[in-house]
Design a protein. Structure first.
Length: 274
């Protein structure tokens, strides 16, 4: 997920569009509040907000959360209308423990996670005993470990759908793989040989995707990592919310993504995965 998370910190609000953020936004007033994680998407949502206002008369405001644990809870509770921070797998995993109360109403982007290093230029440079940090939330830990396996650094139990560090079956370099809060992975990069970092936090840390030494491949198996806009289940057919999705899924959005992030993010609402 792009963007996808964890510290238990209380969300902080940031007015990233014109106007003051109300305590609760209501779609019937044509004002929609969207929860995002980190400030990396602030500019993108300004573009979406402009389209939504001009084409549909909707005022889109954003509320910034500092971690992945809060936005779904906020949507389920009704304190925000929508969120846009997570991939399909993360939402499914969250819903499994939360009565399926939040649903996807539209695709946004796919953002491959990446392995960064300040000391190595290639995965072939890792040495015995090197430390690699990965996100510790359930979905992204498994995704990060799968990336390390694809990179040829470890092997995992093939029977495990969502692996943890306990499912590593081969680690020839005896790499010290440590799962930490996703938001801390960029800062931990300084004291580690490598770090698998979600796009959200890589952007906030001003990491250039071109500096990554390994990038998650995008293929048919990547459909579960497509990011989405999510709403409360009872509001999945809300016309105003659907119009926000349409305002997102435009060429203007694609142009901003390409200009800002190059190939590290790709509009996913009309791509064909092979």
């Amino acid at each position: 997920m792009k963007r996808i998370f964890k510290t238990g910190l209380i969300a902080i609000a940031a007015g990233l569009t014109i106007g003051t953020l109300p305590a609760i936004a209501h779609a019937d007033s044509k004002t929609v509040t969207v929860g995002i994680v980190g400030t990396g998407d602030a500019g993108l949502w300004k573009v979406v907000a402009k389209t939504a206002k001009e084409k549909y008369g909707i005022t889109v405001k954003t509320k910034v959360f500092t971690d992945y644990t809060q936005p779904n809870q906020a949507v389920a509770a009704g304190s925000i209308d929508l969120n846009a921070f997570q991939h399909v797998y993360f939402l499914n995993n969250w819903n499994a423990s939360n009565k399926n109360s939040v649903v996807s109403i539209g695709k946004t982007v796919i953002a491959p996670i990446q392995l960064y290093s300040t000391s190595h230029k290639s995965v072939k440079d890792f040495k015995k005993g090197d430390k690699i940090v990965i996100p510790n939330d359930a979905t992204n830990e498994g995704r990060a470990l799968t990336l390390l396996q694809t990179a040829g650094l470890i092997k995992l139990d093939s029977k495990t759908k969502l692996p943890t560090t306990k499912d590593i079956t081969s680690n020839k370099l005896n790499l010290k793989i440590t799962a930490i809060d996703a938001s801390q992975t960029p800062s931990a990069l300084k004291s580690s040989a490598g770090a698998v970092i979600n796009n959200t936090y890589a952007q906030d840390a001003k990491l250039n995707d071109k500096d990554a030494i390994y990038t998650e491949p995008v293929n048919k198996a990547s459909s579960q990592w497509i990011n989405i806009i999510a709403a409360k289940k009872s509001e999945k057919n809300n016309k105003t919310y659907q119009e926000v999705v349409k305002a997102y899924q435009t060429q203007a959005t694609k142009d901003y993504i390409k200009k800002t992030w190059g190939d590290s993010e790709v509009g996913a609402w009309d791509i064909k995965l092979k």
